[in-house]
Each structure stands twice: as C-alpha cells, then as structure tokens.
Design a binder for this molecule. Structure first.
Ligand code: ADP
Ligand code: ZN
Ligand code: MG
Length: 480
C-alpha cells in the first residue's frame, strides 16, 4: 500500500437539530417522548389538506448560525419539495431548501491539533424537516412520527479537508459553535448533531477530484476519524490495483464493531428527487431589522474567547483552550478571575482541582454546587495567604460535601495559616530534637533530608504552618 501517492479529499454535511420547543411547520412538541406517536398532528403526519406554517424561531436560529459561520444570509430564501418514497416520510416528500438556501458562502476557521489554523469553506446551510423513525420486529415494522418535521439545519462544507483528523476537528469546532450559540446541544451520540462525511482520493498532482463516497451513521468523533481512515485505505487499495473505476458514488455505512464501511445504496442524483418549489409556503424573508438585531446579539465564540483570555488575563494558551471548551466553564472562569483579581490562580485551580472534581462526580459545571462566588471566596483566602494551598484543597472538598462557604469552614476548623515565626519555630525545634540522626545526615551534606524535615514540621502543625516560613526557618536552624 502506498497511501503517500494519493491525496485525501473530504467534504462534510452536518445536520444540526435546531433547539425549538415546537416543530418546523406545526405546533407539536419537539421534546423527546418515551411513547411513540404522541407528538404528532395532521401536518407532521402528512394528512391530505393539512398546511405547513413556518416556525419563526427557526429563522432566528438558522440566521444566527449562518452569521457565526460567516455566511451571507439570503434575505429571500425558498422551500422546495424533495420527493422520495420511504415509510419514514409520510408525505412522500421532505420540505427542504434547494435553489435558494437561507445561508450561503461562509467559512469556519478550524484550529488543528498542531496549533495551525485552517479555513474550511461553508458552501451553504439550509433548513429542512427531519423524517420519522422505523423499527423492525421480525415479521412486521413499526413507524414513529415523533421526529417528523423536527427542524434541522444542514450545514454543507466545501471539499476542503485533507485528513481524518482535519475532518474531526472541523466537526468539533462546528459543535462548539452551535453549543456556544445555544442553537443545538451538539450531542453526536444522541443524534441531535449528525455528520455525513464525503470521502475521495486522487493521485497527487491531479487537479480533478476523484469519485466520492458518502459515509453515514457516524456517531462519535473517534468514529469519524476511523471511518474515514478505513475508507481511504479501501479506495487506496482499489487505485493501487488499477481498479479505481470500482469506486462508485454511493452511500456507505460505518460499522464500528468491525471498523469497516459497507455499501448501503448507490447515491441518487439531485434530479432523481424532482425538486420543485413548495407551493404551500411563501418565500422566507429575513427582514433587515431582524438581521441587525441578531448581529448585535451574536455571542463571542470559543476561539475568540481563548484569544481574549490570553491577552486580557495573561493565562497560558493551554489553559485558555481548556477553559473555553464549554461556554459555561469559560463564563465561570471569567467570573472567578474578575472577583479574585487573580486570573492565573483562578485558571490554574479551575483547570486542575475543579475539573478533576467534576470528572470524579461525573457532573457538568452547570450542575456544580460550588458557585463562582463561593470559589472566589476560597481563592481570595488563599491568595491573601490566610490559608495555604494544601488546606485550600481540603476546604474545597469540604465546601463540596457540606455546601458551606470557605470562610465558615476555615474558622470552624481553625485552619487559618500559622504565620507566627515563634509558633512555627517551636514545631521546628521539636522536629530537630526528635530526629538527631537526620540532622547529622543533613549537616554532613545529604541535602535531600530537608524535605523530610519540611514534611514533619508541616505534619506537626496539622498542615497549618506557612510552608515558606517553615522552609526559611528550617534552613536557618539546620545550618547552625
Ligand atoms: P451531492 O450532490 O452528492 O449531495 P454535493 O456536491 O452536494 O454532492 O456535495 C456534498 C458534499 O460532498 C459536500 O460537503 C462537498 O464538499 C462534498 N464533496 C463533493 N465532491 C467531493 C469529492 N470529490 N470528494 C470529497 N467530498 C466531496
Ligand atoms: Zn405536528
Ligand atoms: Mg448535495
């Protein structure tokens, strides 16, 4: 196999479920329901004569996403019928946008794992309705229409990606955008965001793209990379054997257990769908005023936030990128940084202690009981040297388990740092006195024993002695 002779080309279509209370063209709830067919009505089950009515919220969410993806928002867009016969599509057509999508010609800057930034073109983003879900039970099949007519935004990229990892980073960045905007929860595993990856290869230096294959059914970032890698190696083998004409335009499914893709169906061309303008809906108009309001309300996205955190708060790139992964976490950090006026200490604490605790408790920052204010109070005690770092960690644990403020815990347990040289000296004298052998060792040049003294003194003070002071006085006394 000589994969280096070929270049990989990837373009991705992502379906994002827009976060609305009701469906795209009717008043049915979009909420997940454990019983089948209870969020349905004549419109979303395609009863003859039922008419679709546009959900205004969808226009807002789609436009905000388009703006974040640097797209032109077409102030006049159009719905079309995409005709196909399938049990999960009760009307035998899907209402989608074809000729005139709501968003066009944007881009997304994607930070690669090596730190470089690659700009991926966004061809278009269009609104469409989701289909129902069929389930098969031996001799019969059932159909659940709860999902029909749920609003989706399909975001189509240019074929700009060149490796599986670029593809995964693109989808990760896109997920971050929709989560920051709050237009979608971005859950790949649960299907509120679905990525179809189009993959082809071409001999290096060849200008024309090779025939592409569409990979569907990929529900994790790890699988995006694995499915594409498998597909590239499959196509490479065919090229190497001179069988490249066996690469056909088709939809393939990824089987995660076998780490293979297999053919599902050969792909229809657009003309097979007999697209035509939807006669029951007027053109979609996004008024100027609405667009300027939305533009003014746009949120700061993760990448910009990380850059600002670095500049404004002087925190490291690594911390900044970690903190902005989740919008709620970034906001929590910023509040603590401002309240404590100690941004570096705050970044440090949140990216280590706090994140460790969340991981242990398996909870999200949204559900964490210690508020930004509570943590700030603790860190202020630490930075004012009222308590030392070790005690601060203990107090933090205590705050989580009891819900009490840091100050109360420190007072009740008498944990205030001991800064009194006389009292610290007493502990040191005691340690020196009861360990003559180690004193001998230290004085004859074995400097490592110093840590032993440090540890013993801290222990004797029940962790409360100021460690810097202990270190200073110990050096003095031991060298006597
Ligand atoms: P289709 O008509 O099959 O839906 P499109 O031209 O609409 O194809 O493209 C769908 C997706 O496939 C887009 O994301 C696009 O960037 C990508 N794509 C198009 N051609 C190729 C190719 N040769 N290799 C990889 N991806 C491609
Ligand atoms: Zn309905
Ligand atoms: Mg297409």
């Amino acid at each position: 196999m000589s994969s280096s002779r070929y270049e990989t080309v990837i373009g991705i279509e992502v379906h994002v479920q827009l976060n609305t209370k009701t469906k795209l063209f009717c008043a049915c709830s979009t909420e997940f329901s454990s019983s089948d067919n209870n969020n349905i009505c004549p419109v979303c089950t395609g009863m003859p004569g039922a008419l679709p009515v546009m959900n205004k919220k969808v226009i807002e969410l789609a436009s905000r996403t388009g703006l974040a993806l640097n797209c032109r928002i077409n102030q006049n867009s159009q719905f079309s019928r995409k005709n196909y016969f399938y049990p999960d599509s009760p009307k035998a057509y899907q209402i989608s946008q074809y000729d005139l999508p709501i968003c066009e010609e944007g881009y997304l800057d994607v930070r690669q794992t090596d730190g470089s930034v690659k700009r991926i073109g966004i061809t278009r983003a269009h609104i469409e309705e989701d289909a129902g879900k069929s389930s098969h039970h031996g001799t019969y099949s059932l159909i659940n229409f709860n999902r029909t007519c749920v609003p989706l935004l399909e975001i189509v990229s240019e074929p700009d990606m060149r490796s599986p990892s670029e593809a995964a980073e693109y989808v990760r960045t896109l997920r971050s955008v929709v989560q920051y905007l709050g237009v979608c929860d971005g859950n790949l595993e649960e299907g509120s965001m679905r990525a179809d990856c189009n993959v082809s290869i071409r001999p290096k230096g060849q200008e024309d793209f090779g025939t592409k294959v569409e990979l569907k059914n990929i529900n994790s970032f790890r699988f995006i990379e694995k499915a594409i890698a498998y597909e590239v190696s499959r196509q490479t083998d065919l090229y190497d054997n001179g069988d490249q004409d066996q690469i056909v335009q088709e939809t393939r499914l990824y089987d995660a257990d076998k780490n293979k893709t297999y053919s599902m169906r050969t792909k229809e061309d657009a003309h097979d769908y007999r697209y035509f303008p939807e006669p029951d809906l007027m053109n979609l108009v996004v008024p100027d005023e609405m667009l300027s309001v939305l533009k003014a309300k746009q949120v700061e996205l993760a990448f910009d936030k990380a850059e600002r955190f670095k500049l404004e708060y002087g925190i490291t790139e690594q911390d900044a990128l970690l903190l902005v992964q989740q919008r709620e976490m970034a906001e929590y950090f910023e509040e603590v940084a401002i309240k404590t006026k100690e941004p570096k200490l705050s970044a440090n604490w949140i990216s280590t202690e706090l994140m460790r605790v969340l991981k242990e408790l398996k909870i999200d920052i949204k559900d964490f009981s210690v508020s930004a204010q509570d943590l700030s109070d603790l860190l202020v005690l630490l930075s004012a040297k009222k308590i030392n770092a070790k005690i601060a960690k203990l107090v933090f644990e205590e705050m989580i388990s009891t819900g009490k403020p840091a100050k109360d815990i420190v007072e009740a347990k008498g944990l205030v740092q001991d800064d009194d040289p006389n009292s610290v000296a007493k502990f040191i004298d005691q340690v020196i006195e009861s360990n003559p052998e180690q004193v001998e060792q230290y004085r004859s040049g074995k400097e490592k024993v110093f840590n032993f003294f440090l540890g013993q003194t801290m222990r004797l003070s029940k962790g409360k002695a100021n460690p810097d002071l202990v270190s200073e006085l110990l050096k003095e006394k031991l060298s006597k």
